[in-house]
Design a protein around this ligand. Structure first.
Ligand code: ADP
Ligand code: ASP
Ligand code: MG
Length: 470
């Protein structure tokens, strides 16, 4: 029998209407396939939990208690409307109250400490999915589906990089084979908490914001699913963020590499790591709309299908700063870039894009705004000697910039793509500060001033729309 893994995002479990659609989708699918369900927290819940931590660290008991009460109300309203009075409902309410009592206890501990560690942060934010999964499982049972809530921390074993944990594949596979596959064989529909995992010692970890997509793909790989469906609130992966340009169109097909680049360079619709677990197994991913379930959505697979116009989609990342390291004395001095990147990594920042002029007299790279000052200091310290000797003139920081990326298979091998993009930028008087081509041959990124973002996305999106024949 076919196995399908279905991940439902925050909005897809965020209202009674959405949950009714979810129930219909799972009822239908479970008549003829094995179904694994992965759920996010209800929309807004993770943000509320993070806010409660902030309030607790500030000592604002009134605010975090208030937020906890709002979380209780949000879940109870759905439960009372969607589950008949009876044992299942009572047990569920007890479980929910227990989790919310833990929330208050954790906030109290943070208040006492006056500080929050990444480990405590994960204990708190994991509550969102731990609240939604038993609720969705109970609603499914109410509607005739043999569903069972599953806490992912018992199956998905990770390292202890709190807030962005990495899966331990072998340990997770062993757990899934021993305890999850037998459930599927018995006709159970597991409703697994997305976003969270656990260390070998049973401590909660999370995979990073938006990480439920990654969870969906991880479980799909572990149970050897035939497909993964990411159910969300748009019809599929689109030519650009529909909130920036409402003309955005759904792309019927994308390769893993294309969608990986889009996600890495800012398309929020999928977590950047989503393709990793399934790429080698060749498991197709579909992105579909819970609110419009008859739409076929986007299929994501192995084959590259270059489009005639090459540019398929445009994405952007905001809140970026660019560091430029320059100096005529750098010419031929080996290792300066390497040392700068290492110092950047040691400062805890990841680099999104690198660009080097062929003269080797300067190179630039980007980090997020909130890390920029720390990184600049770290690199200045690392290169202090070269700066003192005037081999490096210094490090300049340019704030208020964005990374704009055009994505499409076959980009690097096709002459003129960058030129075409530059022409569009020039015609719209947008100043391109740097350019870099993705190693995947699927993307080209540009750094432009933040103030130009909307004009640039709209202008480049026109290229994508015409290229896709819309
Ligand atoms: P979920 O809660 O289901 O995980 P997200 O809010 O994380 O949903 O992601 C879906 C949202 O991503 C859409 O509502 C849309 O606004 C945004 N988005 C950004 N870029 C794109 C894109 N290229 N295609 C589709 N959606 C996009
Ligand atoms: N609930 C988590 C978040 O909001 C994970 C997810 O929704 O994918 O980041
Ligand atoms: Mg998401």
């Amino acid at each position: 029998m076919n196995t399908v893994t279905m991940k439902f995002g925050g909005t897809s479990v965020g209202s009674e209407g959405a949950i009714r659609n979810l129930v219909g989708i799972i009822q239908e699918a479970s008549t003829h396939q094995r179904v694994v369900v992965v759920v996010s927290a209800m929309s807004g819940v993770t943000d509320m939990l993070i806010e409660s931590v902030r309030m607790a660290a500030k000592g604002d008991k009134w605010e975090y208690t208030n937020l906890s009460a709002k979380l209780k109300d949000k879940h109870e309203t759905v439960i009372n409307h969607m589950i008949k009075p009876g044992k299942d409902r009572e047990q569920l309410l007890v479980a929910i109250h227990k989790l919310l009592a833990q929330h208050i206890e954790l906030c109290q501990a943070i208040q006492v400490l006056g500080d929050v560690t990444p480990r405590i942060m994960d204990a708190v934010v994991s509550l969102g999915e731990r609240l939604s999964s038993p609720m969705i499982a109970a609603i499914l049972r109410q509607n005739g589906v043999n569903a069972q809530a599953i806490d992912a921390s018992k199956f998905l074993i990770t390292d202890d990089t709190f807030q962005s944990a990495h899966p331990n594949w072998d340990a997770s596979q062993a757990n899934v084979d021993a305890n999850l596959v037998p459930l599927l064989d018995n006709g159970v529909v597991p409703v697994i908490t997305g976003f969270i995992g656990g260390t070998r010692d049973g401590v909660y970890t999370t995979l990073g914001r938006g990480g439920s997509d990654f969870s969906g793909a991880i479980f799909a790989a572990l149970v050897k699913s035939d497909e993964v469906i990411i159910w969300t609130d748009v019809d599929g992966v689109m030519t650009t963020d529909p909130r920036i340009d409402p003309r955005a169109k759904v792309l019927p097909y994308l390769s893993y590499t294309e969608v990986g680049e889009m996600a890495f360079y800012g398309a929020k619709v999928l977590h950047p790591k989503t393709v990793q677990p399934v790429i080698n197994l060749g498991i197709p991913i579909y992105v579909r709309n819970t609110f419009n379930p008859t739409h076929p959505g986007t299929r994501i697979g192995k084959e590259q299908h270059p489009s005639e116009g090459i540019i398929k989609a445009v994405t952007s990342i905001r809140n970026i700063s660019m560091l430029t390291v320059s100096g005529s004395g750098m010419l031929g001095v080996p290792g300066i870039a390497g040392r700068a990147f290492l110092a950047t990594a040691k400062a805890g920042a990841s680099i999104l894009m690198i660009s080097q002029a062929s003269s080797e007299q300067s190179f630039c790279y980007t980090v997020t705004d909130n890390q920029a000052d720390v990184v600049k200091q770290a690199v200045e310290m690392e290169l202090a000697q070269e700066i003192a000797q005037n081999n490096v003139d210094g490090i300049t920081l340019t704030k208020d910039i964005v990374i704009l990326t055009v994505v499409g298979a076959g980009m690097r091998g096709t002459p003129g793509v960058a030129g075409r993009v530059f022409t569009v930028m020039g015609n719209n008087t947008i100043n391109v500060l740097a350019i870099a081509q993705g190693s995947s041959e699927c993307s080209i990124s540009f750094i432009i001033p933040e103030s130009d973002i909307k004009r640039a996305v709209i202008a480049l999106h026109e290229l994508a729309l015409s290229a896709n024949g819309h």
